[in-house]
Design a protein around this ligand. Structure first.
Ligand SMILES: [Zn+2]
Length: 280
């Protein structure tokens, strides 16, 4: 293929940010920072290795996903606990905040709601930044490991991909089959996973997670949340997933309540203001 004469000129055009976030309502992080100092743990749930667990978090509470026993990544789904049609929207979250999330950024819900479901209030891996390979932690690019892609690429039937783990756990919680629950499972926040795109051909890559025992990612529930967390069969994702090969560890989910009055001035976000007429 021959390049046009002005190829270099065309490539040299500077990019513009698609969604400048200067007008995005900013969460009141100093309020959350003060409220964090008053937290009392009210519940905890363990996601066993190569399994998933559900949990609920009332709006105005906090939750942490914590590494226990060994380096392990987790695949997180979030829904409005009162309406499963409102669920985490990785694509728009990625467009607003970038490929990886950390403290001060928010997890946005699907159309037509498009409001913050959760705000990240603490990230013990926040120091990691972007490494020399272009990798970073807690991505919203990797969808989730799933048996369909596994069958496509490697053949066989593997049943402990995050997609299946999430489907079984949600099915148990709702009292429906895994096949029915599967329709509610969506693209995840890849907690603790270290990922990026190769610089040569832009392929999705993973590398050993920098997470260590005791690290945690903390969230503030902006609305009533139903969460489901899978302890990925990839373990720390240093080698492979979608198999029983990697060493896997549990993940701990802890729910915290702040002191009464600690959130004065905060209100649960209203749903998006677009009138949905679509011009008709
Ligand atoms: Zn996985």
């Amino acid at each position: 293929m021959t390049e046009p004469k002005d190829a270099a000129l065309r490539r040299s055009i500077k990019p513009v940010i698609c969604y400048p976030v200067e007008t995005l309502p900013a969460p009141n992080m100093s309020l959350f920072e003060d409220a964090r100092k008053t937290l009392i743990k009210v519940d905890e749930v363990i996601a066993a290795p190569r399994e998933a667990a559900t949990f609920t978090v009332p709006s105005g509470h906090f939750f942490r996903i914590r590494s226990v026993e060994g380096s392990q990544v987790g695949d997180l789904n979030l829904w409005n606990a009162n309406d499963l049609s409102e669920k985490f929207y990785t694509g728009k979250t990625r467009a607003l905040h970038g490929t990886h999330l950390t403290t001060g950024q928010q997890m946005w819900s699907s159309f037509p709601y498009l409001r913050p479901m959760a705000t990240i209030t603490h990230d013990t891996l926040g120091w990691y930044g972007i490494d020399d390979f272009g990798g970073s932690v807690h991505d919203v690019i990797g969808t989730r490991c799933d048996p369909y892609t596994h069958t496509l690429l490697a053949g066989g039937q593997y049943h402990h991909c995050c997609h299946s783990n999430l489907s079984r756990a949600l099915g148990d919680y709702l009292g429906i089959s895994a096949q029915e629950a599967e329709a509610h499972v969506h693209d995840v926040l890849n907690v603790f996973m270290c990922t990026g795109f190769t610089r040569d051909i832009g392929q999705y890559f993973m590398k050993a997670s920098p997470v260590r025992v005791g690290d945690y990612l903390e969230f503030f529930a902006e609305i009533d949340l139903l969460g489901c967390l899978s302890a990925c069969p990839g373990g720390d994702c240093s080698d492979q997933h979608s198999s029983d090969t990697a060493q896997c560890h549990p993940l701990l989910v802890e729910i915290f309540k702040p002191a009464d009055g600690a959130l004065s001035g905060w209100e649960t976000p209203v749903v998006n203001g677009y009138n949905r007429s679509h011009g008709l």
